[in-house]
Ligand binder design. Sequence first.
Ligand code: NAD
Ligand code: DAU
Length: 339
Amino acid sequence: MTIIVTGGAGFIGSNFIFHMLGKYPDYRIVCLDKLTYAGNLSTLSPVMDNPNFRFVKLDICDREGVYKLFEEEHPGMVVNFAAESHVDRSIENPEVFLQTNILGTQVLMDACRKYGITRYHQVSTDEVYGDLPLDRPDLFFTEETPIHTSSPYSSSKAGADLLVLAYHRTYGLPVTISRCSNNYGPYHFPEKLIPLMIANALNDKPLPVYGKGENVRDWLYVEDHCKAIDLILHKGRVGEVYNIGGHNEMRNIDIVKIICKALGKPESLITFVTDRKGHDMRYAIDPTKIHSELGWLPETKFADGIQKTIAWYLDNRQWWETIISGEYQNYYEKMYGNR
Ligand code: NAD
Ligand code: DAU
């Protein structure tokens, strides 16, 4: 079995590649990644010499390049993680989100149609459902919740999801879609809440909490997400959407306080800054379908996962210090300088 994994030099894609190469010694994994600011080849160094692994620097929007790769590799499956993934960046510059997240998805599926595959899996997000109110803790996102997006990022992901389902219905492409809640764990790019707060706290820098910090996210350890996708690929029903989440809702401010405590840093570092435009209040996944159909349950409790994550950032300072010492400085100044 050869699987093309797009976006494998990013956070979740790299964790997925490690999971698959570890679990399936007979599988060949071909990672296709453009290496944008969010892609990091050093992340893949543990598998670069693995004979079952190949890395190809390529844009998923590059139709000719993608078709050539399919001709070379004859993949049985494609798992599409490649995306512009940061909401704040989408608010600054939506265009690249539409290009990669929608048009790139189309190119990949056209290649799948042309060359034939047994499964195209689209890695989507709970953000396509919009948000839930804070005063209705009884409400959760199910697979039937209407699409109701807030940001250019979530709109681009929703557009891609609709296209994936259309390719299934119109052309019979064997697709699945997963919509996961917020991930955390190793190799998370330091523009996102948890790694940003860990890096800033370790550098005794202010911890910029948007608004009042009351927004709620439903956190899942990245390995649990990877295991869920593995299950969907092997046992999921074609044409179906599966929500992934572990009932672990946390307020942003509480996460930041946990990080301060774990690192022995004062809460006085917390700085409330101007809110994100269109900021979603609460995400909460109902994972009943993937649990009852495929038997998936999260294995890592948040209390353990966050300690493992913090330990990883302490042990791998070079990985994130290299990232935040470069172009990231300009990004940080632009986003947080006058906030
Ligand atoms: P990330 O930003 O860490 O990584 C994205 C990767 O895609 C990078 O390696 C980047 O170089 C690559 N990429 C971007 N544009 C590309 C292009 N045009 N062609 C080829 N490669 C390209 O993202 P992530 O957090 O690992 O998210 C991966 C996927 O999971 C995304 O589709 C995202 O929407 C989805 N998702 C993320 C989360 C989360 O909490 N991070 C939760 C649910 C779903
Ligand atoms: O829910 C899944 C989504 O989770 C994925 O689809 C996205 O790709 C991923 O980036 C993530 O989106 P969020 O917007 O929820 O993640 P982020 O880490 O950017 O922010 C988490 C919360 O923390 C959000 O309410 C905004 C807030 N925040 C974020 C940053 C970066 C802050 O308060 N301060 C910050 O500096």
